[in-house]
Design a protein around this ligand. Structure first.
Ligand SMILES: Cc1ncc(COP(=O)(O)O)c(C=O)c1O
Length: 452
């Protein structure tokens, strides 16, 4: 149902300036330039308060997988609001939507991931997974297994435990002291860390580093390794095909749990329903959020293996972890038609073919002197920009690459995510070729304008 509304853009922007504290934003620049206020969405398009239309080539925050304003989700939310807007999953209670959603997830995740607890987002999901890892070893009689292995360039959210696993320095500066017990390994980022090596040699070097780290720290001190199958916010780091196959057995041999953070890669983005299927490895635990509702309502969760669940369900034990909104009935009720749409409308397949097409188009940029690397899997892609192709030096921060590219792309009608070293692109999985062409054309023209 379209709601006729008129917006006073200037008033909204003034009120935003006065009262809204924006996350992960240059607050000074917002005070100076004003926020970009979106008032409507439909499919892959967004409209701002001044009536300008954009292609949402970042799908909100890589989460609006089915596209904007699908009435099926609005109807599911409304029906649940009218029936039962809230019931907890604490204290042995439940309501139908979280039960039905957990059942659906058990069907679509590979075995043995059959047991699910819900949260309100990605960071809460990772906090949950990391705490379960420690608690699992505690129940197994190994309370010394507490350390967490992660990787540089990882993004696992910014609550304190998840932040400790996050390996991007900008998110840590000024927020110390750090939570202890986290160790960051080299990311599988061949462009910057595997120069001069074959893919196999690079993977072997990462396995060696893992083995040396375990030997140094002691396997009996390490609970788990957490990793995004493909690192997202760190710059869409697509690991070599053999990477997870090589890492997982080392963890298993040392009794270290593997947690996949599928917050971005889950629900179709990589061209498989889950990133773990892209790499053919099933972890002991998985965290997810974003695409499970396509962002229509906040929802995340963690899936655990049968073995972990059976350990948690020991007799005479309370499982003392969860959030008020774990299994919120309306959020779970919205997830179900969202997953149905992803499956029935073959959006996973569209992410694979559309992503391959866009990657191909963007690779045409590679011979430009300032393009370092173009990479992606499915509909998560990254164009890495350098000051110098030989040295791979970053563009000087004073040049304000991300600010300039943000302006150039928005002026041409697309929303992407420019960062200090490139541009991330992740449109809704429903996007079709004409709009993929617009994204490629606009990026090409914007790069010409900004980089010359
Ligand atoms: C891989 C990954 N994990 C966790 C998070 C954190 O999710 P949230 O912002 O919902 O806490 C994000 C957010 O972008 C993410 O990309």
């Amino acid at each position: 149902m379209a709601v006729a509304q008129t917006w006073n853009a200037a008033e909204l922007i003034a009120q935003d300036r006065a009262h809204l504290l924006h996350p992960v934003s240059n607050l000074h620049a917002i005070q100076r330039d004003g926020a970009l206020v979106m008032v409507r969405g439909e499919g892959v398009y967004l409209w701002d308060a001044e009536g300008n239309r954009y292609i949402d080539a970042f799908a909100g925050l890589w989460n609006v997988n089915i596209g904007h304003a699908r009435p099926e989700l609005a109807d599911a939310a409304a029906a649940q609001f009218h029936t039962l807007e809230f019931a907890p999953t604490f204290f042995g209670m439940a309501s139908p939507p979280p039960i039905e959603l957990a059942t659906k997830l058990a069907e679509i995740f590979p075995d043995p991931l059959n047991h699910f607890q819900f949260t309100s987002g990605g960071a809460e999901s990772n906090e949950t997974a990391l705490k379960i890892a420690r608690y699992y070893w505690y129940l197994k009689g190994q309370p010394g297994k507490i350390k967490i292995l992660s990787r540089r360039k990882a993004y696992h959210g910014i609550a304190m435990g998840a932040l400790a696993a996050t390996g991007i320095p900008g998110y840590h500066e000024g927020f110390g002291p750090e939570v202890p017990g986290y160790i960051h390994l080299t990311p599988p980022y061949q462009y910057r860390h595997g120069e001069g090596m074959s893919e196999d040699e690079f993977v072997a070097s990462l396995v060696r580093e893992l083995e040396e780290t375990i030997a140094r720290e002691g396997a009996d001190t390490i609970a788990a390794m957490i990793g995004e199958p493909i690192q997202g916010a760190g710059g869409v780091v697509v690991p070599p095909d053999a990477y997870w196959h090589a890492i997982a057995p080392v963890l298993r041999a040392n009794n270290i749990l593997l947690i996949f953070d599928e917050v971005i890669t889950g629900f179709g983005r990589t061209g498989q329903l889950f990133g773990m299927q892209t790499y053919g490895e099933t972890p002991d635990m998985v965290s997810f959020a974003k695409g499970i509702t396509s962002g229509y309502l906040p929802l995340g969760g963690v899936g655990v293996s049968d073995e972990i669940f059976e350990t948690l369900a020991a007799p005479d034990r309370m499982f003392m972890h969860g959030f008020t909104y774990s299994g919120h009935p309306v959020a779970c009720a919205v997830a179900l038609p969202n997953i149905r749409i992803i499956q029935d409308e073959h959006l996973v397949e569209n992410a694979a073919t559309g992503g391959a097409y866009l990657l191909d188009r963007l690779r045409a940029l590679e011979d430009r002197p300032y393009i370092g690397d173009v990479r992606g899997k499915g509909l998560m892609l990254f164009v890495e920009i350098v000051a110098d192709k030989q040295s791979k030096a970053l563009v000087d921060a004073a040049f304000n690459l991300s600010g300039k590219l943000t302006r150039a792309t928005r002026q041409r009608g697309i929303i992407v995510r420019p960062v200090a070293d490139g541009v991330a692109i992740a449109p809704p999985l429903s996007i079709q070729q004409p709009d993929l062409d617009v994204i490629a054309d606009v990026l090409t023209d914007s790069l010409t304008e900004v980089m010359g």
